[in-house]
Design a protein around this ligand. Structure first.
Ligand code: TGC
Ligand code: FAD
Length: 386
């Protein structure tokens, strides 16, 4: 039984518990044995995709098209268990669900849905989400990628940067400026002028593919435009989905680091005693557990709000911001408690710590979420773009 100081488990339904336990078991049996090697070799283990599909995790919330149509609570618990394994594993599932299948389901035509959703759910096809650019990260409205109408096609030009799954994706949801505002396009692998190059040298999320997408006069048929996605708002709706999964996922990484540190400090002896017997070590452990518990309560209530359709996007920002911030702090503190062993991949914590640096940056940095909530409570925007 995982860390659960406030008895949250009792408030979960049998279905919620069963899916969580099934994913936890799969991660322990099939993913933990390979992740260290993948992280060291900078390799995303593509071979697990059919297993994720078999578990029903790709398109888990999608209604119809052969998908389970699960609740937000279930999706959150799944993200938590995946990220106990590695943030890169949760990233793959987040991108597929929240940033590829969600926009196709929500903003796509029937033809787009019928073609892509079953294939993405079965893992036969992979997708990615191209929003960020070299000069447009926190401020996506300043994107430079353009889509100019030319007969039956749109001609896309631009560069997308830091794109998860980029080079392995069969379809990229690319956001570009048209004469009528920002629109989303399904850009398919093999289209002339479209290429993806992996970003090497990452010290974080090494078991996840991150790429640059280059669009050089790519002729994308008009039927590949998402007909119902208009403006920044559609993009932000996708980000809400992904941020929600990250709020839960970060808890998984934090729980893993805390549990490793707790067990280690009870075994490791210095000055003739287990280091867990020292007051300063107990303080560190108690502070970790307290933040995990607070994060669990935030995520739980957010999940319930989402399942009732009552959430506000600022509440999602608070959960992403808080849970990632504390997960990163917990990972750093847990690493410290393992002393020199803490820096070794065998003990897992340092991998989570490095991953969480990227998780803190993507899907809105800490500052951006602070400003979103700041604007909500004061009514004053402090982004600096007004
Ligand atoms: P702003 O004027 O505030 O908003 C434009 C319109 O959108 C509405 N809105 C939202 N709607 C739904 N959900 C939200 N979260 C929303 N936030 C705002 C807003 O009400 C407005 O509507 P309307 O009707 O008035 O037009 O837009 P802004 O340009 O001032 O700035 C918004 C800002 C800065 C908060 C936003 O751009 C932002 O969140 N920036 C951070 C960028 C980001 O998170 N990028 C993520 C890239 S994808 C990624 O990182 C994937 S990681 C994948 C993995 O897991 O591996
Ligand atoms: P910047 O926006 O340049 O920010 C730099 C610093 O300035 C940050 O500390 C930020 O908080 C601060 N800052 C910026 N504006 C303000 C302000 N107004 N007030 C105060 N501080 C401010 N993007 C995608 O589109 N798709 C993906 O699949 C994807 N996957 C990713 C995977 C990884 C591993 C990583 C690292 C990133 C990924 N991203 C993806 C990109 C990610 O969303 C961006 O990195 C993120 O939005 C931040 O943008 P930036 O890196 O350009 O930083």
């Amino acid at each position: 039984m995982a860390t659960d100081y406030y008895g949250i488990n009792d408030s979960l339904s049998e279905d919620e518990k069963n899916i969580r336990d099934e994913v936890q078991k799969w991660v322990g049996k099939n993913y933990l044995p390979i992740i260290k090697d993948c992280f060291e070799k900078d390799r995303f283990p593509r071979e697990i995709i059919p297993q994720l599909a078999q578990l029903g995790l790709l398109g888990i919330k999608t209604q119809g098209y052969g998908c389970p149509g699960a609740s937000n609570m279930v999706y959150g618990l799944v993200c938590q268990e995946l990220e106990r394994g590695d943030s890169g594993l949760r990233s793959f599932v987040s991108v597929t669900n929240s940033l590829v299948m969600y926009p196709i389901e929500t903003f796509g035509s029937e033809e787009q849905k019928n073609f892509w959703l079953p294939k993405l759910a079965s893992g036969e096809k992979i997708g990615c989400f191209g929003l960020t650019e070299p000069d447009a990260g926190s401020d996506p409205a300043s994107m430079k990628t353009t889509a100019k109408k030319d007969g039956e096609n749109y001609i896309l030009n631009g560069t997308k940067m830091w794109i998860t799954n980029g080079s392995i994706a069969d379809v990229a949801i690319v956001w570009a400026k048209t004469q009528k505002g920002i629109r989303g396009f399904l850009v398919e692998k093999g289209m002339e002028g479209f290429s993806a190059v992996d970003i090497k040298g990452k010290m974080s999320l090494r078991a996840s593919v991150t790429s640059e997408l280059i669009l050089d006069n790519v002729a994308v048929p008009e039927k590949n435009m998402l007909p119902k996605a208009e403006g920044l708002k559609a993009i932000l709706m996708c980000l809400n989905e992904a941020r929600y999964g990250i709020a839960w996922g970060a808890l998984g990484a934090a729980i893993e680091c805390y549990e490793i540190a707790l067990n280690y400090t009870k075994q490791r002896k210095q000055f003739g005693k287990p280091i867990a017997s020292f007051q300063l070590v107990q303080k560190s452990l108690v502070e970790m557990l307290t933040e995990i518990t607070k994060g669990q309560l935030l995520a739980l209530q957010l999940g319930r709000l989402e399942d009732e359709g009552k959430e506000r996007h600022q509440q999602i920002s608070m959960a992403k911001m808080n849970n990632v911030y504390h997960a990163l702090k917990i990972a750093r503190d847990a690493r410290d408690l393992l002393g020199a062993n803490g820096i070794h991949l065998d003990h897992r914590i340092v991998r989570h710590m490095m991953n969480l640096e990227a998780v803190s940056t993507y899907e809105g940095t800490h500052n951006i979420h602070l400003l979103i909530i700041g604007k909500d409570i004061t009514g004053i925007s402090a982004f600096g773009n007004e």
